[in-house]
Ligand binder design. Structure first.
Ligand SMILES: [Fe+2]
Length: 515
């Protein structure tokens, strides 16, 4: 008896089992098995699959019809201060095709089996779909792409759209026409097939959508110590950037650097960084004065200082501040910003930020962003009140920042053949991102090779065909997660002049990712 059987057997013995025979409107027999699992594992355990396999190995395993395995379980929500949550998993597979056809759905909360089993009794086929619809849950299969819709997270400078983010502030979900399921629960149905040992925190995929107004739509000037980021520009607001070229702040201003070099020779770094820091600190004093006055004005309106207000409300309040103070703020902000470099960007351009690189996305520039899944940043300065922390990290950031002038990366060409271009736009230690362009009529097969793929379209429309032949539309908007166990999938451009999509792939880790 191996370890798995030893653990599973007592759980299996506690099952409740029922068979609904074929006939009287039912085409196939339906074998239902329900088990309550009491343990609360810290990791994603695929007990569901193990129990399905265990059922298959039983001597009295039914040789006909559809099998439904239900588990009532508990898990700690790592994104929700480890709160323990009761949830259900329902797996469906066919006896004649047990290797190929397995899918499931999952839903949260207390629900007695007796409350919903009657629904299965009354349907003549596809019981899983009936239950998924009833609980508003998506159906997840490791053989089909998982559709991820954008979750809008408001920000003082605009909004973020999350596809894979799982935090207290918001949890991304998998969608289909039966319903939606929070991503950690969807992954928990088939963790091995979907992730193959990769971190359950997926590569972070999101959009950043700053307001079109200057200053208000500018993001924090920030730096990360570990996190690596890549932006792909998807749109430039024509009012903000009428020339069609925007500018993103990144790195030190090379002209300022040259000036200090002329004045201080090889030891230019220290005086430059000191002046930069002092300039920001001077700005911070004025910024805080403004924020205090703004808080008082908010209070008069019955809004607390920490409460978020709309950009229009903020603009209206700022207009009420003393003119002198506003002029001073603008002047000091400009002085501090003069130390920072900028890079020109057009739609389709790629901007990457390795760790220790200061940066700030600017108003009216919308991007798709991929990053490592760590919430970690140093706020160097911000032209608004920071609501997420009560201090800036200027001193530490300036001590650590990379003083080499920032340069836009050159994509590395991987394949260039008739109407098909594949370029690697980022090659970070934990993930890579490729930009793929296909002209009309091109159709191409891709292999996952044991790693999950995240796909998102920048422009055009394509057919995403799974191994089973099912087709999803790949167009700007939703993203797709292809399971690590996917052998191949096909993307065809049938209608657009040019299709551009991005693919992020985690680098194989040493903790169990296999071919
Ligand atoms: Fe960043």
């Amino acid at each position: 008896m191996n370890k798995m059987e030893f653990e599973i057997e007592p759980v299996w013995q506690s099952r409740f089992q029922k068979t609904f025979l074929a006939g009287t409107g039912r085409e196939e027999a339906l074998h239902f098995c329900s088990i309550k699992v009491d343990s609360v594992p810290d990791t994603l355990e695929s007990e569901g699959i193990s129990l399905c396999k265990h059922w298959l190995e039983q001597d009295d395993f039914p040789r006909d019809g559809i099998l439904l395995l239900h588990l009532e379980r508990k898990r700690k929500e790592f994104w929700n201060t480890n709160q323990v949550c009761v949830y259900h998993q329902l797996y469906e597979f066919e006896t004649k095709n047990t290797d190929q056809w397995i899918r499931g759905c999952t839903w949260k909360g207390e629900s007695e089996t007796s409350e919903w089993i009657s629904l299965i009794e009354s349907v003549d086929s596809k019981p899983l779909e009936c239950i998924a619809k009833h609980f508003g849950a998506a159906i997840v299969s490791p053989d089909e792409p998982l559709r991820l819709e954008e979750l809008k997270i408001p920000k003082p400078w605009g909004h973020e759209g999350w596809y894979t983010g799982v935090e207290k502030r918001g949890v991304a979900s998998v969608f289909d026409h039966f319903g939606c399921t929070e991503l950690p629960y969807a992954l928990g149905l088939f963790p091995e097939q979907l992730l193959n040992g990769h971190d359950k925190k997926l590569i972070l995929l999101k959009t950043l959508n700053p307001l079109s107004e200057a200053v208000m739509g500018d993001l924090y000037l920030e730096m990360h110590e570990k996190k690596r980021e890549v932006y792909v520009v998807t749109a430039l607001d024509p009012e903000a950037w009428p020339s069609g070229t925007g500018r993103i702040l990144a790195g030190l201003n090379s002209k300022v650097k040259d000036r200090y070099h002329v004045r201080f020779g090889a030891s230019w770094r220290e005086p430059l960084l000191l002046d930069f820091q002092e300039q920001i600190q001077e700005y911070e004093i004025t910024r805080r004065k403004m924020d205090q006055l703004l808080d008082q004005l908010k209070e008069q309106l019955g809004i607390s200082g920490e409460e978020e207000i709309t950009p229009q409300q903020l603009a209206d309040l700022e207009n009420k501040l003393p003119q002198e103070l506003r002029k001073e703020e603008a002047l000091l902000r400009e002085k501090a910003y003069s130390f920072i470099g900028s890079v020109p960007v057009k739609v389709g351009d790629v901007v990457t930020f390795p760790a220790m690189q200061i940066h700030s996305l600017q108003h009216g520039i919308r991007v798709i962003e991929f990053q490592t899944p760590h919430y970690e940043r140093l706020i160097v300065m911000f032209a608004q009140k920071v609501l997420t922390q009560d201090h800036w990290d200027t001193e530490r950031a300036i001590r650590l920042l990379n003083t080499e002038p920032y340069q836009l990366p050159e994509p590395v060409s991987l394949i260039k053949e008739n109407g098909f271009i594949e370029e690697r736009i980022v090659d970070f230690p934990d993930f890579t991102v490729e930009r793929i362009q296909m002209v009309k009529t091109i159709s191409k097969e891709f292999c996952c090779e044991g790693n999950y793929h995240l796909l998102i379209c920048v422009s055009g429309v394509a057919h995403l065909e799974s191994e089973s032949g099912k087709i999803n539309e790949l167009l700007p908007g939703p993203a797709f997660l292809l399971a690590a166990g996917t052998r191949f999938y096909r993307i065809s451009n049938k209608v657009s002049e040019t299709l551009i999509f991005l693919r992020a792939v985690p680098v194989k880790n040493t903790m169990g990712a296999q071919d």
